[in-house]
Write a protein of this length. Structure first.
Length: 319
C-alpha cells in the first residue's frame, strides 16, 4: 500500500498545494490561467514531442489498443448521449456533455504522470498519444458539433465540422503528437540544443499542471449537489475502466502493460476542458460540479487500479 501512496499521494498533494495557494491569496486565478497556458502550449507539447519522437512507433504502436479502447470510447460516448437524450429527456447540449463526461480523461496532467512512474516515461508516451487522439477526435469533436447544432447553427454543417477539426488539429498538444509521430516514423533526429530545451520544458509539465489543477478548483462554483454528480462520476471512474478491462479480456489481450495502462487512464477524472465546454454552452454549473466530484474521487479509483495491478501482475518498474 505504501508503494501505491508513493505514486498517487504526491500528485494530489500538489493539487492541494495549488488549491491552498490560491485560497490563501498567494496566487490569483488570473495568474493561474498563465500557468495553465504555459503547460498547455509549451511544457506539455515539449514533453509529448520529446517522448514520441524518440520511439520506434512502427514496432511499438499497439493496434489492438487502438481498436478496443477506441471502440469502447465511441460506444460509451454515444450510449451516454442517447440515454440522456431519449430516456432521461435531457436537452441535446446536456446530453452531449454527459457523453463527453463518461469518456474524456485527464490523460495529460493526471493519468500520464501516474502511468509514467509505473511503466516509464517513454512507454507511457505511446498510450498518451493514442488517448489524446481518442479524446479529441471521438469525444471533443462530436460534443462541439452537437452543441453548436443545438444552439441553432444548423447551416453550413460541413464548414462547422471543418472549423471544429481545425481547432483540434491546431492545438499545440495535437501538433506535438503529429510532429512526434512524423519524426519517429521517418527516423529524424533533433539537434542537441533543441532537445535539451525541450527536456527542460518537459520537466516542468507535470508539477506545474497539477498545481494549476488545484488552483483552478477555486474558480469552480460548486452549486450542484454531490448527489447529482454521482451518476456521471460512477460512469467515468467505475464503468469506463471496467468496460475497458472487459474489452481487453474478451478480445484476448494478455499483455498486462497494455491492459492495465488502458484501465488506469480510463479511471482518471475528466479534464478541465470538460467544465470549460460546459460553461461555454450554458451548462457550467453541472459540469463544474461533476468535475470536482470526479477529481476528488479519482484518488480512490487510481489507487485501487494501481493496487490491483501490483497484486495481479506486479509493477514493471519497482516503485
Amino acid at each position: 500500500m505504501l508503494a501505491i501512496l508513493n505514486i498517487t499521494l504526491p500528485l494530489f498533494l500538489l493539487i492541494g498545494v495549488g488549491y491552498s495557494a490560491t485560497k490563501l491569496g498567494f496566487l490569483s486565478l488570473e495568474h493561474n490561467r498563465g500557468l495553465g497556458s504555459f503547460v498547455l502550449n509549451f511544457a506539455f507539447p515539449a514533453l509529448v514531442f520529446n517522448a514520441i519522437s524518440r520511439l520506434d512507433m512502427r514496432s511499438e504502436f499497439i493496434y489492438e489498443y487502438v481498436l478496443i479502447y477506441g471502440g469502447i470510447t465511441v460506444a460509451l460516448y454515444w450510449a451516454g448521449f442517447l440515454i440522456s437524450l431519449k430516456v432521461l429527456r435531457k436537452k441535446t447540449v446536456h446530453s452531449a456533455l454527459n457523453g463527453l463526461g463518461l469518456i474524456f480523461c485527464n490523460t495529460a496532467f493526471l493519468g500520464y504522470p501516474v502511468l509514467a512512474q509505473v511503466i516509464g516515461y517513454e512507454k507511457a508516451a505511446i498510450f498518451l498519444s493514442m488517448n489524446l487522439l481518442f479524446e479529441n477526435l471521438l469525444g471533443v469533436l462530436p460534443t462541439i458539433l452537437l452543441c453548436e447544432l443545438s444552439a441553432g447553427k444548423k447551416k453550413n454543417l460541413f464548414k462547422l465540422f471543418l472549423t471544429a477539426l481545425q481547432k483540434i488539429f491546431t492545438s499545440p498538444p495535437i501538433v506535438a503528437i503529429i510532429s512526434g509521430l512524423i519524426f519517429s516514423l521517418l527516423g529524424l533526429g533533433v539537434a542537441e540544443p533543441i532537445h535539451k530545451t525541450l527536456t527542460m520544458l518537459s520537466i516542468a509539465a507535470a508539477p506545474v499542471a497539477l498545481f494549476a489543477i488545484g488552483a483552478n478548483l477555486n474558480g469552480i462554483h460548486f452549486r450542484s449537489s454531490i448527489k447529482s454528480a454521482i451518476p456521471i462520476t460512477l460512469g467515468k471512474i467505475v464503468l469506463f475502466p471496467s468496460l475497458v478491462f472487459l474489452g481487453f479480456t474478451l478480445f484476448g489481450v494478455d499483455d498486462p502493460i497494455t491492459v492495465m495502462s488502458g484501465v488506469l487512464l480510463a479511471s482518471t477524472p475528466a479534464a478541465t476542458l470538460y467544465a470549460l465546454i460546459g460553461i461555454q454552452y450554458g451548462e457550467g454549473t453541472a459540469t463544474s460540479g461533476n468535475l470536482i466530484v470526479m477529481t476528488l474521487s479519482s484518488f480512490i479509483s487510481l489507487s485501487l487500479v494501481l493496487a490491483l495491478w501490483d497484486h495481479f501482475y506486479g509493477f514493471p518498474i519497482p516503485v
